[in-house]
Design a protein around this ligand. Structure first.
Ligand SMILES: C[S@@+](CC[C@H](N)C(=O)[O-])C[C@H]1O[C@@H](n2cnc3c(N)ncnc32)[C@H](O)[C@@H]1O
Length: 196
């Protein structure tokens, strides 16, 4: 059970709460939490009145969030669905905002994922992508993470946020910026954009 030591952090996290703050979902908006995991951002956004489609490819994660959802007063505004960045199970231009926290490094086809994000966002839709930068020695999990990564065969891609933003602009985003900057005080790779 490799997630056990990370469980408290995957349940609730200041980074996820900060990302929801950056996205600023409004009541009644339809939003996607891409790679929602156990739902630290999903539950915050639903509490704020957004309807959240929580997309994750891992059955274990969906099961946990499915059970967690039942305990939420905002549960009617949460749908937990199978999918991935490379195949987002929502209709074209049907989403007001999309975010993803700590999943970009798992994506197996960056261009396909970005095309999917562009497809599902409506014109004017907001995007926030954050991967905590655990390669930065200033990150509190830096050493622990290096040990975990060395011992695992899981797909792990180091994402360049400036490059991701350039790809988004080429796809037709009206604006897209990528940077290395702290989110909730932690070093992070941050991409923000608005679909044209
Ligand atoms: C480190 S967890 C982060 C979960 C959650 N966003 C959070 O901040 O706690 C990584 C998540 O990415 C999901 N994931 C893996 N491959 C993915 C893909 N190709 N597209 C979207 N999510 C993916 C995993 O199932 C897992 O739930």
């Amino acid at each position: 059970m490799r997630y056990v030591s990370l469980l408290p952090y995957m349940w609730t996290s200041e980074v996820s709460t900060a990302v929801v703050g950056l996205v600023a979902p409004r009541g009644g908006e339809r939003v996607v939490d891409l790679g929602s995991g156990m739902g630290p951002a999903t539950v915050v956004a639903a509490e704020r009145g957004a309807s959240v489609v929580a997309v994750d490819p891992t059955p274990f994660m969906r099961r946990i969030l499915g059970v967690r959802r039942l305990a939420q007063s905002a549960r009617r505004r949460i749908a937990v669905v199978e999918g991935a960045a490379e195949a987002i199970p929502v209709a074209d231009a049907s989403v007001d905002a999309l975010w993803s926290v700590n999943t970009m490094h798992h994506w197996t086809d960056l261009d396909r994922a970005l095309r999917e994000i562009h497809r599902v966002l409506r014109p004017g839709g907001r995007l926030v992508l954050v991967d905590e930068d655990m390669d930065d020695p200033a990150h509190p999990f830096h050493e622990r993470f290096a040990r975990r990564r060395a011992g695992r065969a899981q797909h792990f891609e180091v994402i360049d946020p400036v490059d991701v933003a350039a790809r988004l602009r080429r796809l037709g985003f009206a604006s897209a910026d990528g940077s290395l900057e702290p989110v909730a005080g932690r070093p992070a790779r941050l991409v923000r954009g608005v679909r044209g």
